[in-house]
Design a protein around this ligand. Structure first.
Ligand code: ADP
Ligand code: TYD
Length: 213
């Protein structure tokens, strides 16, 4: 039986997900909460190999359907090999991206059929749905300024228009999943965002998380 909580972070590239995950990990450590963190695509030996293929700028010939299926394959492996076993042990799982990234990027970004992608997600996760999802919302121009020092990967080469569509896509996802998804203003200070997220998690799951000490 699954008793742990699955917490996912979403948002466009450079929205501050990794930063906030590190801050949340520090809070969990302070409180002695048992957790595991994974990034998507990735998190297992096989899924990291798929990640390398997906982000390699040389792979310009990759079709959108093939891209979606590769993300799904990486997710299926990660869910079965790592996420479900950890949740079954009662651990909290933090994921840097999950199913909503496919809907936002391949659905709203690339224009693929959302219903088909949802079915693909359901197959990949065997029906697992996050307990809470934080969508870090930021203007794509600002996110791009934040990432100026890093070389862009294949997905990041999509341009500002691509990221505008994805940002709007995340708003739609939030509309359709109001109890699960929370949009956070990613342009606030790291500390303010982190306090907001920690507060929401504690408010929702304090009882369950304190059992995993
Ligand atoms: P993501 O994981 O979503 O791609 P990161 O956490 O790696 O984003 O952040 C991208 C860049 O923006 C990093 O250089 C990080 O230090 C910076 N950053 C993160 N959060 C903030 C914030 N709230 N305000 C200003 N800069 C931030
Ligand atoms: P990553 O560097 O992990 O993202 P970030 O820059 O936000 O830290 O790269 C993962 C890329 O893959 C990112 O551009 C989002 C994209 N992606 C999809 O298009 N679909 C998906 O299902 C997932 C999980 C990621």
């Amino acid at each position: 039986m699954i008793t742990g909580k699955l917490i996912t972070f979403e948002g466009i590239d450079g929205s501050g997900k990794s930063t906030q995950i590190k801050l949340l990990e520090a809070e969990f450590e302070k409180s002695g909460i048992s957790y595991k963190t994974f990034r998507e695509p990735g998190g297992t030996k096989l899924s990291e190999k798929i990640r390398a293929m997906l982000l390699d700028k040389e792979n310009i010939e990759l079709y959108s359907n093939a891209e979606s299926l590769l993300f799904a394959a990486a997710r299926a492996q990660l869910t079965a090999e790592q996420i479900k076993p950890a949740l079954t042990k009662g651990e909290c799982v933090i994921c840097d991206r999950f199913t909503d990234s496919t809907i936002a990027y391949q659905g709203y970004g690339r224009g693929l059929n959302i219903n088909k992608l949802e079915l693909m997600n359901a197959i990949a996760t065997d029906g697992l749905i996050p307990d809470v999802t934080f969508i870090l919302d930021i203007d794509p121009e600002k996110a791009s300024e934040r990432m100026q020092t890093e070389a862009a990967d294949r997905m990041e080469s999509g341009g500002i228009d691509f990221f505008q569509k994805i940002r709007q896509g995340y708003y739609q996802i939030r509309e359709q999943n109001q109890s699960r998804c929370i949009v956070i203003n990613g342009e606030k200070s790291q500390k303010d965002i982190s306090e907001e997220i920690h507060h929401i998690i504690m408010e929702r799951f304090k009882k369950e998380l304190s059992c995993s000490y």
